[in-house]
Design a protein around this ligand. Structure first.
Ligand code: ADP
Ligand code: MG
Length: 519
């Protein structure tokens, strides 16, 4: 499409136009000559892998960073955005990944905070209340104006962020990965709100790495890869496969290929497992579950409902009460026996949720990390000493088979990307040849190319007859990999389903604690 407008004045039908934006952080070029046009009254998606430069670009638009080069046009006019007040003045509102609300203030106070007109607090409050009421009516955004933020769930807190932007009369709303913390029902609700706002003429920019969300809600989509904008297309004219390829730079298999499970003997049997935390809050309230050889039990749930505690107590990192039987033999949950080393000896391997804290020692080299837990392995000792050369060679071999990039055993763990760190932990744990693999958030922060690989490894392990307990907050991942799905809510298992006999909606209800979904 060509425009006759002169270069310093753009097309007024465009809510936003970025021209040639570049931004470097030291040696890292986070944005390279990025140009993008977003039409007024549309939902525009920006998709890309971790580190592609999405948040940087939006931070420039919102005045957090200054571009090294390029210009910004808002509503067809060149606009300087040196700080976030300038962004607000230009009609831009931002809903942050981590909300910036004041926890012990009310909804109303948060909405007007920083926007109240000095002495005119009362009129501000009245205006905010009116607006809240109207928005609540228009968009079913039922948020009690007098509720204190810390008492609200994340979905409601996010709505308060949106209200806050609308109160400041934002015409353009930027949302950076808004669904990461939401249940599927909350995400649906958010999307209804966004569609409503668009239909009123607002412009929405939605940043996400989830292809499904792009396909579901956007009108057009821009793809970023390594700091560059690789394409902008109307959503109706593209497909998840094409977008994935544009994101990664090669064809990606989006579906997990797996044959039906052939479950064997019971490997893990858990009865009435309970965990009480340091504040004396019961985090696990009596968990029962069974996993057989050759099957994947997926645990779905919104994070913080006891999944982490379940992994920790099974992995020997936390104390609990109840019964855990491994291959028919009771594991001692009392005293010093309940540690990670004992678990490993019983055939349990663990890929922890938080690999930066629990899975790796970031300052140690890759080969040292890969050798953890193998120190008594006869392959690695020569007489009294550890055979470091053999350990390095072993690491080199694992890195090649798990496609770790770069395949350099001498590099410190912290110098690998998140996806490659995860592959290092996976390589170490899978190669222990465990009977049971505990795996938490296997693809959190991992790019879609590496997700494909990690999923293949998990299925391959299952097909070797191993039992796998998979915990993930990504429902798509749970649906794709699990042979059975258990849903956790508030320290309990709300129900168990077969992936072929349930859907996201039903699982979402269970995740929200609605046992009615059990019907
Ligand atoms: P995305 O949001 O697509 O995941 P980001 O915009 O956050 O990507 O990051 C793009 C690149 O810029 C990454 O390599 C990141 O490490 C780097 N980066 C982002 N912010 C900073 C910063 N404040 N200082 C240094 N490097 C940064
Ligand atoms: Mg980001």
């Amino acid at each position: 499409m060509s425009r006759a407008a002169p270069r310093d004045e753009g097309d007024a039908a465009l809510a936003i136009e970025l021209r040639g934006i570049s931004k470097s952080f030291g040696p890292v070029q986070a944005n390279r000559d990025i140009s993008i046009e977003v039409r007024r009254g549309t939902i525009h998606g920006i998709i890309g892998e971790n580190g592609a430069g999405k948040s940087t670009l939006m931070s420039i638009l919102y005045g957090f960073y200054r571009a090294d080069a390029g210009e910004i046009l808002i509503g067809g006019r060149r606009t300087e955005i040196p700080d976030s007040q300038a962004a607000i003045d230009a009609g831009i509102g931002m809903v942050f990944q981590h909300f910036k609300l004041v926890e012990n203030f009310t909804v109303l106070e948060n909405v007007i905070l920083g926007a109240e007109d000095g002495r005119l607090l009362k009129p501000s409050l009245a205006k905010a209340r009116r607006l809240l009421k109207q928005l609540a009516d228009d968009y079913e955004m039922d948020v009690d104006p007098e509720a204190v933020i810390e008492e609200l769930g994340v979905g409601q807190q996010q709505r308060v962020e949106i209200l806050k932007a609308l109160y400041r009369e934002a015409d353009i709303l930027i949302l950076d990965e808004p669904t990461g913390v939401l249940t599927p029902a909350e995400a649906d609700h958010l999307f209804r709100i966004l569609r409503g706002l668009r239909d009123e003429g607002k412009t929405i920019i939605l940043i996400t790495h989830k292809l499904r969300e792009i396909m579901e809600i956007t009108d057009s989509v821009s793809v970023m890869r390594r700091g560059e904008m690789t394409a902008t297309v109307p959503t109706a004219e593209t497909s998840p496969e094409e977008l994935a390829e544009l994101m990664v730079g090669r064809k990606v298999l989006l579906r997990v290929d797996k044959a039906p499970a052939r479950p064997g003997d019971v490997v893990l049997e858990v009865r009435d497992l309970r965990v009480v935390d340091e504040q004396k809050v019961e985090r696990l309230r009596g968990i029962d579950l069974t996993i057989r050889a050759g099957e994947i039990l997926g645990i779905a749930g919104v994070s913080g409902n006891g999944q982490s505690e379940l992994l920790e107590v099974l992995g020997g990192y936390a104390n609990g009460t109840g019964s855990i039987r491994m291959n028919g033999q009771e594991i001692d949950l009392t005293g010093t026996a309940s540690d990670a080393r004992t678990r490993r000896a019983r055939g349990i391997a663990h890929v922890p949720e938080d690999r930066q804290r629990e899975g790796l020692v970031m300052d140690y080299r890759a080969w040292e990390n890969v050798a953890f837990g193998y120190h008594s392995d006869p392959r690695f000792s020569s007489g009294l000493f550890m055979d470091h050369a053999a350990m390095r060679a072993d690491c080199d071999d694992k890195m090649r088979r798990f496609d770790v990039r770069p395949p350099d055993p001498t590099l410190a763990a912290k110098n690998f990307s998140g996806g490659n760190q995860q592959k290092i932990v996976l390589a170490r744990e899978i190669e222990r040849n465990p009977d049971l693999l505990l795996i938490g958030q296997p693809t959190r922060g991992v790019d879609i190319g590496a997700i494909e690989f990690i999923h293949e490894q998990i299925v391959a392990l299952r097909d070797q007859g191993k039992a796998i307990l998979l915990v993930s907050v990504e429902l798509d991942e749970i649906m794709a990999l699990s042979d059975r799905i258990a849903v956790m809510f508030d320290g309990r298992i709300m129900g168990e389903r077969l992936p072929g006999e349930t859907d996201q909606r039903e699982l979402g209800l269970l995740m929200a604690g609605m046992a009615g979904a059990a019907a």
